[in-house]
Write a protein that binds this ligand. Structure first.
Ligand code: MN
Ligand code: MN
Length: 362
C-alpha cells in the first residue's frame, strides 16, 4: 500500500469509517496510476479498513488497468453486469460508514449505492484528498515541469505562424496541432489566442479577428502530459506598441516578478496576491486587475489553493500554483503574464522559462 493509501487509511481510522469509494477518474489516477476516461461506465478505486485497496473497472479496461496501476486486486464488470453488486462483493459486504466524493458522485449513482450496498451513513472525503493534493511530491512536480516544457515548445513553434492578416482561430489551430505533434496528451483547457482590443477580455473567445500592426497578441495555453497540467500566458506586441500598452506591460511584468519574489513557505496566499496588486495599484491600473492572482495546478488545471486576497492559509513546500497578474483596459487592450511555480523548502522554483520581457514580433 503506497503512502497516499496509508494517509487515507489513517483518516478512516480517525473518523470511524469502514469503507471508502473514489469515483473521480482523476483521483483514481492520483491513487492508483491508472488514468482513463470511463465515459458512462462505472470506474472506482475503493478500500475496506484493514484490507488492500482495489479497483472496479469496465471489463474492456482490465488489461490497461493491470498495466498502469500498482493495484493487484482488480474487479471487472461487463456492460450487462450490475457494477454495484461487483463493488459490494469486493467490499465484502462492509457496512457502517462509507466515505465518498460528494463533489463527484451523481445523485443517480448515490441512489444505486444506497440500493445495493448496506452502509448506514455516508461522509465526504473531498477535504482529505484536497489536503493531500495541495502538497505535491517530487514526482508530481517533475510531471508538471514536463507539461510546462511541452507547452513552451508549442508556443515557440506557434509563434512562427504569426503574420499580418492571420486570424486568432488559425493561430489556435497551429497551437493545437503542435500540442499533439510534440507529444502532449492534449490541451489542458480551450487554447486561447486573442488580438488587439480583445486582449482586454480575460476570458475572451478566439475568432476571425485578423492580426494587424500595433496589436497585442495574448496566448493563454496549456497541456496535459502524463495526467498533469500546465497553464501559461504570454503577451506579445505585433509591431511597435503604443506608449500606454508598453506602460501596462511593464506594470504587469513587475507585478508578476514582485509576487514571485515573495513566495516562500510560511507566508499567506493573500500576501502574494497583495504583492502583485500593490504594484498594479501604484501604476494606476488597480481597477483593471479584476481577478485573483492565481490558482493551484496539478491533475486539474484549476485546483486548490486559490491565490487571492482572502486566503489566509500559509504556503507550504510542495504547493504548485500559477502567478498571473493582468491589466485589462476596455477598448485599449490587456496584458497577462502567467507563470507556473512550485514552493520549495526555502523559497520558490519557477517552472516556466519562456522569456517575459516585452517581445515585438514582426
Ligand atoms: Mn492560463
Ligand atoms: Mn491560469
Amino acid at each position: 500500500m503506497n503512502l497516499k493509501w496509508s494517509t487515507l487509511e489513517h483518516q478512516m481510522q480517525e473518523h470511524g469509517i469502514q469503507s471508502l469509494l473514489i469515483t473521480d477518474p482523476k483521483h483514481v489516477y492520483y491513487l492508483t496510476g491508472f488514468l482513463s476516461n470511463p465515459h458512462e461506465r462505472f470506474l472506482a478505486a475503493a478500500m475496506t479498513l484493514g484490507e488492500e485497496p482495489f479497483l472496479v473497472v469496465p471489463a474492456l479496461d482490465e488489461e490497461a488497468a493491470h498495466a498502469a496501476s500498482d493495484i493487484s486486486r482488480i474487479y471487472t464488470h461487463t456492460d450487462t453486469d450490475n457494477p454495484y453488486l461487483v463493488l459490494n462483493q469486493a467490499l465484502k459486504g462492509s457496512s457502517g460508514t462509507m466515505a465518498l466524493e460528494k463533489n463527484h458522485l451523481s445523485v443517480a449513482r448515490f441512489e444505486s449505492l444506497q440500493e445495493h450496498l448496506t452502509f448506514a451513513r455516508y461522509q465526504d472525503l473531498g477535504p482529505w484528498l484536497q489536503d493531500m493534493r495541495v502538497r505535491k511530491s517530487a514526482d508530481e512536480i517533475a510531471k508538471i515541469k514536463h507539461a510546462v516544457l511541452l507547452i513552451e515548445q508549442v508556443l515557440k513553434e506557434g509563434l512562427t505562424k504569426v503574420k499580418e492578416g492571420v486570424t486568432e482561430n488559425e493561430l489556435v489551430a497551429e497551437i493545437e496541432y503542435q500540442i499533439r505533434r510534440l507529444g502532449a496528451d492534449g490541451p489542458s483547457f480551450d487554447s486561447m489566442v486573442l488580438f488587439g482590443e480583445k486582449t482586454a477580455l480575460p476570458h475572451g473567445v478566439p475568432g476571425t479577428r485578423k492580426l494587424k500592426h500595433g496589436d497585442l497578441l495574448m496566448y493563454d495555453i496549456g497541456v496535459y502530459a502524463d495526467g498533469y497540467a500546465s497553464d501559461i500566458t504570454r503577451t506579445f506586441a505585433f509591431g511597435e506598441p503604443s506608449p500606454e500598452l508598453t506602460q501596462i506591460y511593464k506594470a504587469v511584468l513587475e507585478a508578476n516578478e514582485q509576487a514571485i519574489r515573495c513566495i516562500r513557505p510560511g507566508v499567506t496566499f493573500a500576501s502574494i496576491d497583495l504583492a502583485a496588486r500593490t504594484v498594479i495599484d501604484q501604476a494606476g491600473y488597480g481597477e483593471y486587475f479584476m481577478h485573483r492572482l492565481g490558482h493551484g495546478l496539478g491533475i486539474d488545471v484549476h485546483e486548490y489553493p486559490c491565490v487571492h486576497g482572502k486566503n489566509e492559509a500559509l504556503l507550504q513546500a510542495g504547493n504548485v500554483f500559477t502567478v498571473e497578474p493582468g491589466i485589462y483596459v476596455p477598448g485599449v487592450g490587456g496584458v497577462r503574464i502567467e507563470d507556473d511555480i512550485a514552493v520549495t523548502p526555502d523559497g520558490v522554483e519557477v517552472l516556466t522559462s519562456f522569456p517575459k520581457t516585452l517581445t515585438i514580433l514582426e
